[in-house]
Design a protein around this ligand. Structure first.
Ligand code: ADP
Ligand code: MG
Length: 729
């Protein structure tokens, strides 16, 4: 064992050999090199095709077949000119990550050879023939084959000599089988609903866009050490490992310089991102050792999400080039911070107004307050659903741990915005009327821009925080597809805006002045949404009690959290916004429960195997060394003296025996619990059983293994320890 350990360190990265090929061109020259963006479209497509395609993209209209053939021809030529040999429909299945099926461009040419072929048929949506496919239960529908079609709002790109076409993935019966389809539906609904409300303030608004700026946190570990940790390889997190003596307590990593080996990796990654049109901008160390962050400039949500998914596969590849492995798991190491993926989210109009940013005029500020109040109401009404949208078997380790938001959704607004909302809420009818008549002084609305500009008020403990011109949804996990959160959030806000508009329109129809109608409704929303607003310490136990008193969703069991998708108010909201049918919601929840079960099942198996095959044998061997020692001492020394000298060893032997007994017993019980759970038919009940009866054993087993780690001879310990994994040399 000790030799293996030695070898591991020897094969670790050689810093002197570190080389990144820095392109001679400037980023502006290679940015988007491998993206079929408008510039390439213009270059490769006939003018008529280019115009039709751009029109379809801008107006969210489908491509017709003739145009599609012409687009496909140009796209193929561009791809081949850039070394592509294959193409793939790139889509986002309900499992983690992305899926691809590669096909070569070649077709028979009828003369015994091949030609390069890529038709419009392969790009755009094909008419499905629903009648020829069975449509049994929900599961059948869900498992039925589907078809994919290019999402023209997201440009094609080339990776590893393959043309990747971002696509939606739908079953033959029309149900979405992916994340992209419902995301596009949610973005459409928030566009419609947002535009209708924004037109109160500016009738020339034609579209409202949703923007997303994600901040991806991750850990890096040395490739060789990673390979020696079966738990990391199989589950993405360490299932055991005692805290190292030095952790993040000095907080020196966050402020520290980026290690040069990591810097080389980051530079390489950024260059790759830029070539693929991902606007990577910010990089820094995070709080925990070996933890880092990458953030791009925000983009329209659908594109931003494609870019995040692309980044998640890119980062893994680039890390390997540098003999690193990247860990995107939310909690790879116990006892130190986990990783999140803050979703900075905002809405903006096609006229260039950010709707969560205060404006320069009272009217603009009324618009700002209107949109903020509607977001508050949406988040309040759907707090359980929003939590479900970010919940997973992996994120459950992070939420509620010391460094991450609790498993309760609340909203941070900051003192200045709070003050403005309070004023508005307390204003009398007369004051509202006077504001509506543009005598806004009493409400202080005209002062908003100045005050909010220096809003440096940052509360890191809030899962959903207002940060000056956007909201930051911080509860999203680092390995998640942001679409899940963005679907729920945009749909909930769209639904709320539609209801708001209906109420305002009714008042106006009854003869109220429009500004007054808006203010009255906004005031009502502020009062209604009070329980969601919390600026205090989200990590505290008092908050958990307070949140329960306020009626916020405090469920902590992930399988039960998923129930929120099927509550009547969620089903209604998703139906009205056209984002999910009830059939889709049910089917998708089945998948969520199934994935939950499988993840815990795999972890539990790996832990059981490691305990039985790695830890217990080594502990036994060390224990028997100690026993041997005791025997020898006792045979050499007089009885009294011998007993005294052997005392420590004996006590160690006994302590080890106790830990080993608990481990053996718990592994046995865990396996029995798994067997019971596996017999359950219902995916929901099975997931609950895994959560309630399998998972608790894992904590117990880990606790006792970690104790043994501190006792057993370091040379014998079979796994790299935290101190080795966590400090990059
Ligand atoms: P932090 O201090 O939280 O790390 P950053 O300045 O790094 O904030 O920004 C985080 C992300 O928020 C970036 O991706 C940035 O582009 C994005 N962002 C900034 N403004 C907006 C906005 N109005 N809407 C959406 N995202 C935004
Ligand atoms: Mg942030």
């Amino acid at each position: 064992m000790s030799q293996l350990r030695f070898k591991v360190v020897e094969t670790a990265f050689d810093r002197k050999a570190l080389k990144v090929e820095i392109p001679k061109e400037r980023p502006t020259d290679y940015y988007g090199k491998y993206v079929f963006n408008r510039k390439k479209m213009f270059e490769y497509l006939p003018k008529k095709t280019y115009d039709a395609l751009v029109y379809a993209i801008d107006n969210k209209e489908p491509l017709n077949r003739e145009i599609a053939d012409s687009v496909a021809a140009g796209m193929k030529q561009w791809a081949i000119d850039n070394g592509a040999k294959h193409y793939t429909h790139w889509f986002h299945p309900l499992t983690d990550g992305t899926a691809e099926k590669h096909d070569s461009f070649i077709e028979h040419d009828g003369k015994g050879g091949v030609m390069e072929e890529f038709s419009g048929k392969l790009l755009v949506q094909q008419e499905p023939d629903a009648s020829s496919f069975p449509n049994g239960g929900i599961r059948n529908t869900f498992e039925a084959r589907g078809y994919s079609a290019w999402d023209i709002s997201s440009p094609a790109f080339i990776i590893d000599n393959t043309l990747c076409i971002p696509t939606i993935f739908i079953s033959y019966t029309g149900e979405s089988l992916d994340y992209k389809t419902p995301l596009l539906r949610a973005l459409n609904s928030v566009d419609k609903a947002g535009t209708a409300v924004a037109q109160y303030f500016d009738p020339s608004v034609k579209h409202v866009f949703s923007y997303l700026g994600w901040e991806q946190e991750y850990f890096l570990v040395d490739e060789a050490l990673y390979a020696a940790r079966p738990d990391l390889v199989m589950t993405g997190r360490t299932l055991m490992g005692h805290e190292s003596a030095k952790n993040q307590q000095l907080e020196d990593h966050y402020f520290g310089a980026i290690p040069s080996r990591v810097e080389a990796f980051m530079l390489d990654l950024e260059i790759e991102c830029h070539k693929l049109g991902i606007p990577a901008k910010t990089r820094h160390n995070e709080v925990a050792p070996n933890q880092f962050e990458l953030a791009p400039i925000f983009e329209e949500t659908n594109l931003a999400n494609d870019h995040n998914l692309l980044l998640m596969s890119l980062i893994a590849d680039v890390a390997r080039r540098h003999n690193f492995r990247v860990l995107l798991h939310e909690k790879p190491f116990a006892g130190i911070n986990g990783s999140g993926k803050h979703n900075n989210w905002s809405l903006g109009t096609d006229t260039g107004v950010l709707l969560f940013a205060p404006g320069k005029t009272p009217k603009a500020n009324l618009q700002f307050i209107t949109f903020v109040a509607n977001v508050m109401a949406a988040v309040y009404k759907h707090n359980g659903l929003l939590k479900a949208s970010i919940s997973s078997a992996t994120n459950q380790h992070r939420l509620g741990a010391n460094e991450a938001p609790p498993a309760i959704i609340s909203m941070f607004l900051g003192s200045q915005l709070t003050e403005i909302l309070d004023k508005l809420e307390k204003s009398t009818k007369d004051e509202l009327i006077s504001f509506a008549n543009k005598e806004q002084i009493k409400l202080g609305l005209s002062q908003i821009p100045e005050i909010l500009l220096d809003n440096t008020d940052r509360n890191r403990t809030s899962p959903f925080a207002f940060t000056g011109n956007r909201f930051e949804f911080r509860a999203v996990g680092s390995s998640a597809n942001c679409a899940s959160a963005m679907i729920a959030l945009n749909a909930a806000v769209a639904h709320q805006l539609t209801e708001f508009k209906a109420s305002v329109d009714k008042r106006v129809a009854d003869g109220e002045a429009i500004e007054h109608a808006i203010l009255t409704e906004v005031k009502a929303l502020i009062t209604f949404s009070k329980p969601i607003h919390f600026d205090g310490n989200g990590y505290s136990d008092e908050w958990k009690e307070e949140a329960a008193r306020r009626g916020l969703d405090c469920e902590t069991s992930t399988p039960l959290i998923f129930d929120a998708y099927l509550r009547p108010e969620s089903v209604d909201m998703f139906a009205k916004t056209g984002v999910f049918s009830e059939v889709e919601l049910k089917a998708r929840n089945e998948v969520k429960w199934e994935i939950y079960t499988k993840k815990i099942q795999i972890e539990s198996r790996v832990l059981g195997d490691l305990a039985t095959n790695h830890i217990l044998p080594v502990a036994t061997r060390y224990q028997s060394l100690l026993l041997d020692n005791v025997f020898k001492i006792k045979s050499l020394f007089p009885a009294d003296r011998g007993a005294k000298i052997a005392e420590q060893d004996l006590s160690m032997i006994e302590k080890m025996a106790e830990h080993m007994l608990v481990i053996k017993k718990s592994v046995r019980e865990m396996i029995a619990a798994r067997k019971m759970a596996n017999k359950i038919e219902s995916e929901r009940e099975k997931a609950i059983a895994y959560h309630d009866t399998v998972y608790p054993h894992m904590d117990v087993i880990r606790y006792h293994i970690d104790k043994l780690e501190l006792m057993v001879d370091d040379e014998m310990w079979p796994l790299p320890k935290y101190r080795e994994l966590l400090f990059i040399r």
